[in-house]
Design a protein around this ligand. Structure first.
Ligand code: DX5
Ligand code: ZN
Length: 220
């Protein structure tokens, strides 16, 4: 199994001191920065864009930036994020008319490509793009907000996605996003996830390092 990646969602960070707060979670042991982009159209919330991604790079953040695009249409913004320093760019199939083209575009821009599955979205289309994804992101909440409750059916979807990845032989990370906490991390990892996004669980705590340690130590 690949080493567990902890990706704090900076949606729950202090936006007024984003550089410092992002550096603080990395110093506390996080691996990636999960960067949630919402457009008040694909999802009912509005957050941050490429300028803020670039600002984090200019501030000195060197960790991989894992950009989760909840915007529609999505293609136009992909090159902007690549230039702004994104490492992974993930897209929702509902937000593009041409999933294959969008995934190819992400790689052409020099980033790793991710495909995101909402709670009610089946995994079927993976059969046709498995060679074009570097990451599969399973949503365990409906996208739009931090601090929601984990939807248990996501565990089954993780197991199905893990089977597909292992059968494919490709090097693909399996990420989970939404309601991840130290109490459910063990079953999530047991279901096949190797990359955990956590927003409120980490940024809502006094001691970031303790939560990150707890998320890792629950590995079974
Ligand atoms: C939700 C976002 C998540 C969110 C997770 O649309 O994609 O990344 O920040 O927040 P928590 O961990 O609080 O559920
Ligand atoms: Zn996210």
């Amino acid at each position: 199994p690949q080493p567990l990646v902890i990706a704090p969602s900076i949606l729950s960070a202090d936006f007024a001191r984003l550089g410092e707060d992002t550096q603080a979670v990395l110093d506390a042991g996080a691996d990636w920065v999960h960067f949630d982009v919402m457009d008040n159209h694909y999802v009912p919330n509005l957050t941050i864009g490429p300028m803020v991604c670039k600002a984090l790079r200019d501030y000195g953040i060197t960790a991989p930036i894992d950009v989760h695009l909840m915007v529609e249409p999505v293609d136009r913004i992909i090159p902007d994020f690549a230039e702004a320093g994104a490492s992974v760019i993930s897209v929702h199939p509902e937000a593009t008319r041409h999933v294959d083209r969008t995934l190819s575009l992400i790689r052409e821009c020099g980033c790793r490509a991710g495909l995101v599955f909402n709670p009610a979205t089946p995994l079927d289309m993976l059969d046709w793009v498995m060679d074009k994804v570097d990451l599969i992101l399973i949503m365990s909440v409906n996208p739009g907000f931090g601090g929601q409750k984990f939807i248990p059916a996501a565990l089954d979807k993780l197991r199905q996605a893990r089977q597909r990845i292992d059968a494919s032989g490709f090097d693909i990370r399996l990420e989970i996003d939404g309601g991840v906490k130290p109490d459910n991390a063990a079953e999530i990892v047991a279901a096949g996830a190797d990359t955990l996004v956590a927003g409120s669980a980490i940024f809502g705590a006094e001691d970031y390092a303790a939560v990150i340690r707890d998320l890792r130590s629950t590995r079974v």
